[in-house]
Design a protein around this ligand. Structure first.
Ligand code: NOJ
Length: 750
């Protein structure tokens, strides 16, 4: 072939151009997807399965442990992709060093239940939700992430976004209560807090939204129990907080222990493949709950570990926490052609992508940093944040004759009860026990009150009784101490581990003889302020009737003592509102504000004949959703709608004026509820649609505007389509779900 000089020149230019392009492309940083693909090309099937495998570290276990003597060996062989419960930068670093001895040096992912704080402990999530303060909630998660990430934790198994309508279920303490709208807002705030500026930053901790799905509806409130639920209920009530967390950027999901309509959530393709990874296009990965892959054998949906592994991975469960079914069976399932390689590859790709996004391949040790850890764990700003949110979480249930705030001129205070001097109880369930960290940084209730006492007043103490048991021998001393005081503060409640995982209770009364002690103290005629410490709504009618002042303090975390004392003495005006209905009796459960109307609704306690009501119980709860007092009353006036008619493309504004009619500056949570009067599917009696938390000086008024549009009035129709139906709506503004102050109506027009 003869090539002319001009032709040769053209080819040369072409060649040079292609070379330039190739060099340019090669010089471009590879995308994460490309890096994952390159890595996966090098991986054996066993190494791939290793990435899908998660064990707990020896030591702090959060479930039934299987002991492995050869864990380091397994890590070196690339048989483990993640470890949970590895505490402290030294330990995370040493495990990561082991992973760096594996053939492909794929970094380990360290997961931990950082549920309400790491070292600095915030109120239990249910309490924190009562603050209705999205900034404070997000900030609490941020602080937890800053501390945990410095200790080498990449991934937190939080937020728990299960709707909780049954206080017998101990895990209501981990969630945001009974309401879907509020729960969704809080879910998003927590995800944003944990993940901060995004997974590439060293102080971000990847969120894991759990438990997918409907775990909170366990029959009878018995943990791990079955869930039988309509599609409508699933979509309308239980799924939205998960979607909100996903929209906020949550990197991972955890499935759950329960079965949903007969199919265990861990092997539920409808939940994970169709909804989560299909309809919602979730790109992250799903981890099982502890051992839940293997537990499908107990459910009776699979016959052996291999069947369990098949069921879980085919349904979309990417990582196996602790059950070892993937390790033992997945390779054979793939070689036998039962599980397609593409399914395993997809799971591996999802997990590796997160490891890349976290920056672990650039520096596997970038998180575990002892210097950063020491600084983060001792940051006074974290302590201040914990105190701030703790006092915002305390619910004032009763305050007869304005007994609270206590006068700073009170001469003698008797502080009585089994929880006054407790240290760790204040942390509640799901705290993190860090090695080498002394718990004396936790401010006890005694210390908090003593701090204010200074030289101003005498503080007396008596324990009175234990949390449980029937020993009344301390009553006499408690009564005599009370007699010497001007005012009594009584701190009683649950033990911190009476609510939490596997802590279902059928009797929700305050345990032991604590209420009896309260009655003895009330008989002295002294004013008694009762502090109730608990992880769930309890039933305490006699106390609620007879005690002049009650603060529901939940478990407030490491700043509990200071926060309680701030509220007792008026350095903080309580503003929290309940996020779960408090029943009058266990017999009312499940009880929640946003129920449907029946054909025969009871309209009051005098109207129960042939009505949907108990013959022997009030139709009302003890305290309703959204309820909570402050030291100043707030008045509501002038509700106005910008128009009585809403179009599908437009919006209307509801404006209301709120005034602080008391003498203390304070915050009010102004709540907006809607009722769709006629729907193709019955709509709840009222549904929370928006709220504002505002601060008002004494005498100050503020005007608040809520916007209502098509989204606000939409719901899922029987085909699970998100629709807005034309018709009439009632708009209600109030200080609780029952304390509706003002109402208006509007129409959605076609
Ligand atoms: C079981 C719990 O259900 C889950 O919430 C938790 O994250 C895991 N154990 C790990 O501790």
């Amino acid at each position: 072939m003869n090539i002319s000089i001009p032709q040769f020149r053209t080819s040369l230019h072409l060649f040079a151009g292609v070379l330039f392009l190739l060099t340019f492309v090669a010089a471009q940083p590879k995308s994460i997807a490309q890096r994952v693909d390159s890595l996966m090309r090098l991986m054996t099937l066993d190494e791939k399965i290793g990435q899908l495998n998660q064990y707990t570290d020896d030591g702090a276990a959060t479930g039934p442990v299987t002991l492995d003597k050869d864990k380091p060996q397994q890590v070196k062989q690339g048989k483990l992709g993640s470890i949970l419960n590895v505490l402290g930068s030294e330990r995370t670093r040493s495990w990561q060093k082991v992973a760096m001895q594996s053939r492909l040096k794929i970094p380990l992912l360290f997961g931990q239940d950082v549920v309400h704080g790491y070292k600095t402990t915030f109120p239990i999530p249910l309490a924190e939700a009562c603050s209705w303060d999205m900034d404070a909630i997000e900030h609490a998660a941020r602080v937890a992430a800053v501390e945990a990430s410095a200790g080498g934790i990449h991934w937190t198994f939080a937020p728990m976004v299960d709707i909780g309508r049954d206080p017998r279920w101990g895990r209501v303490m981990e969630g945001a209560g009974e309401d879907t709208y509020l729960g969704s807002r809080i879910a998003a705030a927590r995800v944003k807090g944990f993940q901060g500026k995004g997974l590439g930053s060293t102080d971000a901790v990847m969120a894991c939204v759990k438990h997918f799905a409907a775990y909170g509806a366990a029959v009878g409130g018995r943990d791990y129990n079955s869930v039988d639920m309509s599609e409508r209920m699933l979509w309308e009530t239980y799924l939205p907080p998960f979607k909100a967390a996903l929209d906020a950027g949550a990197g991972t999901f955890m499935n759950s222990f329960n079965d949903l309509n007969g199919i265990p959530a861990t092997g539920n393709a409808y939940l994970m493949r169709d909804i989560l990874k299909g309809r919602w296009n979730f790109q992250g990965f799903v981890v099982s709950d502890w051992g839940s892959v293997g537990e499908m054998m107990n459910h009776g949906s699979v016959k052996d570990p291999a069947d369990a592994a098949r069921s879980a991975i085919m349904a979309g469960c990417d990582m196996d926490m602790e059950s070892r079914c993937y390790t033992s069976s997945l390779a054979k399932l793939v070689t036998d052609g039962i599980v397609p390689m593409t399914v395993v590859d997809d799971a591996v790709r999802r997990i590796l992508t997160k490891k890349f996004e976290l920056g672990l391949f650039d520096d596997p040790f970038r998180f575990c940093d002892p210097k950063r850890e020491a600084k983060a764990l001792n940051d006074p700003a974290h302590t201040a944040a914990a105190r701030d949110v703790a006092r915002k979480s305390i619910v004032l249930l009763k305050n007869e004759k304005n007994l609270l705030p206590l006068s700073k001129t009170t001469k003698t205070i008797a502080f009585i009860g089994p929880l006054v001097k407790e240290v760790k109880q204040n942390k509640g369930f799901w705290d993190v026990e860090l090695p080498g960290v002394d718990s004396n940084f936790i401010v006890t209730q005694w210390e908090g009150v003593q701090e204010k006492a200074g030289k101003n007043f005498a503080l007396l103490y008596a324990k009175g009784c234990e949390i449980e048991g029937n020993d009344r021998s301390g009553f006499a001393e408690a009564v005599s101490v009370a007699m010497k005081a001007d005012v009594v503060i009584l701190s009683i409640g649950e033990r911190r581990d009476m609510s939490g995982e596997a802590k279902s209770r059928s009797d929700l009364s305050i345990p032991g003889v604590q209420v009896e002690l309260a009655m003895e103290l009330l008989k002295t005629g002294k004013p008694v302020v009762v502090l109730i410490n608990a992880g769930r709504p309890l039933v305490f009618n006699e106390l609620a009737d007879k005690a002049p002042a009650i603060l529901y303090t939940w478990w407030l975390g490491s700043e509990a003592g200071n926060a309680i004392s701030d509220v007792l003495f008026g350095d903080y005006n309580p503003s929290a509102k309940l996020v779960m209905t408090f029943p009058l009796s266990v017999g009312q459960i499940p009880i929640y504000y946003n129920h449907y109307n029946t054909g025969r609704p009871a309209t009051g306690d005098n109207d129960r004949h042939y009505r949907s009501a108990y013959t022997d119980l009030s139709i009302y709860p003890r305290y309703e959703f959204g309820y909570g007092l402050g030291y100043s009353p707030f008045t509501y006036s002038g509700l106005k709608l910008s128009s009585g008619s809403l179009t599908r493309s437009g919006s209307i504004q509801a404006t209301v004026t709120v005034t602080n009619a008391g003498k203390y500056a304070g915050e009010e949570v102004v709540q907006l509820y809607l009722r769709d009067l006629v729907g193709s599917i019955i709509r709840p009696m009222k549904e929370l649609k928006d709220f504002r938390k505002i601060t008002l000086a004494p005498g100050e008024s503020k005007s608040i505007t809520f916007t209502i549009d098509k989204e606000t009035v939409s719901f899922y129709d029987p085909q699970i389509r998100w629709v807005a139906e034309a018709g009439e709506f009632e708009l209600m503004v109030g200080a609780s779900s029952r304390d509706i102050r003002l109402k208006e109506r509007f129409r959605l027009t076609d």
